[in-house]
Design a binder for this molecule. Sequence first.
Ligand code: GDP
Ligand code: ADP
Length: 219
Amino acid sequence: MTAGGHGTDGVERRGLMFVLSSPSGAGKTTLSRLLIDRMPGLRMSVSATTRSKRPGEVDGRDYLFVDKPRFEAMVKGNELLEWATVFDNSYGTPRAPVEAALSSGQDVLFDIDWQGTQQLREKARADVVSVFILPPSAADLEKRLHSRAQDSDEVIRKRMSRASHEMSHWAEYDYIVINHDVDEAFAEVQSILKAERLKRERRIGLVGFVRSLQGQLQG
Ligand SMILES: Nc1nc2c(ncn2[C@@H]2O[C@H](COP(=O)(O)OP(=O)(O)O)[C@@H](O)[C@H]2O)c(=O)[nH]1
Ligand SMILES: Nc1ncnc2c1ncn2[C@@H]1O[C@H](COP(=O)(O)OP(=O)(O)O)[C@@H](O)[C@H]1O
């Protein structure tokens, strides 16, 4: 699925699919925004969803807000790379923007749940890097859901009661980050991305690069 792009050091490499998952409120939206702002070469995958827009959310930036018939048409038309039902709403990743970004040499960041992560892994195991974000405690998680001040008490209760089930999938992820402090958690997630970009298997231009270095040494 992925085509070559150029790494920051000019050596061609395959793009990667960088996935952040967590129970609701643990901080993946916050960390995703920081990554997009501070890491060149990384594009956010904007999901389609049938859930209603929260105050401050922008259609096309945070989500593509669609109605149920449109979502079903996207599923039928094979327009989604993966999709799942979370909290009674449907969420899915539009395929075309992801393929376009990867083939233009960009990495793609996904804020998706464990069901979507499993589907991506089945499709492109070698290109998926997954990170699970944990809150430091249940009390912190609840405080964060309230501090976001965007969901009703009823919705927050639902999200808290789902948190344990979502967390049970932590061991399927490549990396686990505990989000005590945003700056520290960001630094950890950034280090993971930087290291994964240097993985030998992704760097398809290395054979040519090393051959050229050897040529220079012999010449
Ligand atoms: N599988 C899948 N999950 C998604 C997608 N977009 C968002 N999600 C997940 O759906 C869940 C609910 O997201 P949201 O309603 O924005 O709530 P939040 O996590 O509290 O910000 C989160 O676990 C997201 O990671 C998607 O395209 N596919
Ligand atoms: N390390 C942290 N310490 C305190 N508050 C945080 C931290 N990380 C995120 N938050 C806050 O917690 C709330 C939920 O974070 P958010 O990124 O929306 O979570 P998610 O996308 O996982 O649901 C937001 O109000 C955010 O500003």
